[in-house]
Ligand binder design. Sequence first.
Ligand code: PLP
Length: 426
Amino acid sequence: MQRPTSSQLFARAQEAIPGGVNSPVRAFKGVGGDPVFFARGEGPYLWDEDGNRYIDYIGSWGPMIMGHSFPPVVEAVQKQAAEAIGFGAPTELEIEIAELIKARVPSIEQIRMVNSGTEATMSAIRLARGFTGRDLIIKFTGCYHGHSDSLLVQAGSGVLTLGIPNSPGVPEAIAGNTLSLPFNDAEAVAAALERYSGQVAAVILEPIAGNMGCVLPRPGYLEQLRTLCTDHGVVLIFDEVMTGFRVNAGSAQGLYGVRPDLTTLGKVIGAGLPVGAFGGRADIMACLAPLGPVYQAGTLSGNPLAMAAGLTLLKHLTSDVYARLERQTQRLVYGMEAAAQAAGVPIATAQVPGMFGLFFSETPVHSFEDVAACDTERFKALFHQMLDHGVYLAPSAFEAGFLSAAHDDAAIDTTLDAFRAAVKAI
Ligand code: PLP
């Protein structure tokens, strides 16, 4: 029997699933056209239901740092599934992964596993509020921290793609406790902390913003936030759901040498299975139930399949892997810059090992305001050109690109050939 094509599947999906997708950015609303339905992944490649092969720069939105179907992870999941899929009771695997994360990210003195990045940030916010006895939180416009009520204010990623600054369904009373400030502007934070002195529980940010493209922190910005939070008794939360173990063995905080009070993780630590985590200072984590009064729980938290996958992946993330990610990211980004220049198309880029941003802008990009000024029509045209040439970029101008260690020179050179043809045509 013939397999259904991507477009047949999309028609069928829309009958049963809102918009045909289980997460909005997948719907291609930001770029137009119908989403591609995938059948298989291996290394840097994906195959769709129509049998087309693509070089993948989404990597399941971050987790596939060693490429798709990384054999050790596949084996670990198979072995664990044969033993037990879940208990809802403690296992040694949970201790092993907690110890490994603690060893690589020293600010994490204690850690708790959850099932998604959204849960991780939602729980970290509750904990910061419980610890400080304060209600207000500060976030930054264009940073996305998942879809919990408190954090769905001026957020990035899908909400930005769909142009929804604040979602209906989030009560004013909750959104009113969230202040959204410009990214990369420490003075705005200083002013807000003075104005709301004694009322702010936490400052939460993506230390490298990856949900409005990829926007790097200006030199000194993270250090300034650290000092301000210490001075005002505010919990500094680095949301490293995206950057955790992706950009450096010690995550973004290891790359920049700044120690937050709490960190949220996801994506890479689950190797593609549904995992999140939050951790940090032992005195703050001690407020969590069952030790303390701040309640947080999860039926599937620390699930053995997910822990086996994550632990196996983390053990393979050696310094050689990050060095390779850095080299390959540079090869790609410098190649794109040269191609765009040759075609007379102005672009701005940002990169860290394994992650990059590409903006149609004549000036460097430091904040959401800069991102919003970019030429998104040009991105849409580029996206479809690249797709036609067998390269799968995120279907939104407001997402970062991800590489894996499996992206070898051949994959990158093929991508650059496609990019050279695409920039000439847009
Ligand atoms: N925080 C950041 C920085 C993210 O990039 C994301 C998702 O992309 C989240 C939180 C939410 O994670 P999840 O989609 O697993 O709920």
